[in-house]
Design a protein around this ligand. Structure first.
Ligand code: ADP
Length: 491
């Protein structure tokens, strides 16, 4: 089967979050199942031609919108270390910018036009490449205009080349919807006929996430629990109704992780590798992390790690409420994150107030992310909601016991260390349900108590996590099943 995987970010070329990790790994797992898979993504400033060996593939394609025509260059390179072709949609005006989506914490005002261009160019390049996919796998609102154009753009829907191409649309985070003023419609090549309650219209604006949900053949999201949650008003971000309508075509498939990148025995970014059989390297990693963060070097103090976008979703309101009680305990805390200025201030204040206990790194840095996964004892994810979450999966592999709220993919992947679960050897972390500060604090205390007083139990929890298998193979097979269902190929 021919599959075009379209994503606005792909590791290692560009990344702001988990979507990039998925886009750099799932296509490979699909290719390993025998499919002809190719990726399309924008070339941003970070995607350096020399560094990644980009070659010009098509000098100029003309991308037709309603009244205007724009040009794109198509370059290509293989995903490093693989034979996976990646097509880069290049247009300096739209994509040669400092950040992917924002400047100074605010969305670029032309994001609708930028990603409309990306979608349209991804479609227009296909005849030029003489490659027609059976399925286009779209991801989040930045790609949601692809199913929309296939059904409603005059040039595309009347062009025979595009007949019968099916679309699978994956929701990685329902909260980011690509909502724009309705008068944007014309500039993204669409007419008022799609501005209906069954189309892009959403409370007087246009909503691209909704377009993806309405116009795609199948919809997936990144864990089974989140697939259920988003059909409720509490988690549905206003789109729960339309998701219930499309419920028969909505499937939850848990993300996998790429163990070639995230595994403590082969990780080149950490000071010392280690395995389940020989964990000494983890102590070296902890020392290194403590030194780097100017914390007292002591292997017995429980060290809590966190790597996160600084956003309300990730539970920073709870952390700010418990900070004084947390740092009254004999613990250390190392955080890596960037995001909303309000939360950047909160975490910097914590760092200023508790320099002996907290290492606060307000930046985006892959190296430090690996160092935290390896060097911390526990990993904190008190999310309000979490579609899948990757760091709890990385943490389990690194023997870093996750402390999570029971929501979305966190609920699906971390099993609470209740006395029963510990006795049966099934617990992998600490899970709490109620989104409130006191419950979070109690859960951290529960973890710290086991870490300091019950070493054997702690070791068992680490082991239980390290043997979990979240490789992509099983999830890729489920996507394959959906592709076959859409195209009518029997599985
Ligand atoms: P989300 O996509 O909601 O941000 P995920 O847990 O699915 O959350 O994925 C986040 C990914 O981004 C992980 O790979 C995580 O390690 C990485 N990440 C988040 N913040 C940073 C940061 N400041 N520096 C480096 N990596 C980060």
């Amino acid at each position: 089967m021919k599959i075009l995987f379209v994503s606005s970010e792909v590791v290692p070329f560009s990344k702001t979050g988990g979507l990039a990790d998925v886009a750099g790994a799932l296509p490979i797992a699909l290719k390993n199942l025998g499919h002809d898979v190719r990726i399309a993504t924008p070339q941003y400033r970070t995607t350096n031609d020399e560094k990644f060996g980009l070659q010009k593939n098509i000098n100029e394609i003309h991308v037709h919108f309603q009244h205007d025509t724009y040009t794109a260059t198509i370059k290509s390179a293989n995903l490093p270390g693989t034979s996976m072709p990646v097509y880069f949609i290049c247009n300096d005006y739209y994509f040669n910018r400092q950040e992917l989506y924002t400047a100074g914490g605010k969305d670029y005002p032309d994001n609708a036009q930028r990603f409309a261009f990306f979608c349209m160019a991804s479609l227009w390049m296909l005849p030029a490449l003489e490659w027609k996919p059976d399925v286009i796998h779209c991801n989040d609102w930045q790609t949601a205009l692809i199913p929309t154009y296939l059904k409603h753009h005059l040039y595309i829907r009347t062009n025979e080349f595009y007949n019968d191409i099916k679309v699978l649309y994956t929701i990685h985070n329902l909260a980011f919807q690509g909502s724009f003023d309705r008068n944007t419609l014309n500039s993204i090549g669409l007419g008022w006929e799609v501005y209906t309650i069954d189309g892009l219209e959403f409370f007087g604006d246009i909503n691209l996430m909704k377009a993806g949900i309405v116009f795609s053949d199948e919809i997936t999201t990144v864990s089974e629990m989140y697939a259920q949650e988003i059909q409720t008003p509490e988690y549905g971000c206003g789109l729960d109704g339309i998701l219930r309508v499309r419920g028969d075509h909505l499937t939850g498939i848990m993300n996998g992780i790429d163990y070639a990148i995230w595994s403590p025995d082969g990780d080149k970014l950490i000071p010392s590798g280690y395995t389940l059989q020989n964990m000494r390297g983890k102590t070296t990693c902890k020392k290194h992390l403590q030194k780097k963060n100017h914390l007292p070097v002591n292997k017995d103090i429980p060290l809590i790690g966190m790597i996160s976008r600084l956003a309300a979703q990730k539970g920073f309101d709870l952390i700010s409420q418990i900070a004084d009680d947390l740092f009254a305990m004999d613990i250390q805390f190392v955080l890596l994150g960037t995001g909303e200025p309000h939360y950047e201030r909160i975490v910097k204040d914590i760092g200023g107030k508790y320099p002996e206990k907290a290492g606060i790194n307000v930046m985006f840095n892959n190296q430090i992310a690996h160092e935290i996964e390896a060097g911390a004892d526990m990993f904190l994810m008190p999310s309000l909601y979490e579609p899948c979450g990757l760091n709890q999966l990385y943490s389990m592999k690194y023997g870093t016991v996750p402390i999570v709220r029971k929501t979305g993919g966190l609920a699906d992947s971390v099993l609470d260390a209740t006395p029963d679960a510990i006795a049966q050897g099934t617990g992998t972390g600490f899970v709490f349900e109620k989104y409130d500060a006191a419950t979070l604090l109690l859960t951290i205390k529960r973890a710290v108590e086991i870490y300091t007083k019950h070493k054997k139990t702690w070791k068992k929890l680490q082991e239980n996590g390290m043997v979990q298998d979240y490789s992509w193979t099983a999830s890729a097979k489920r996507y394959e099943g959906l592709y076959k269902r859409m195209t009518g190929e029997s599985s």
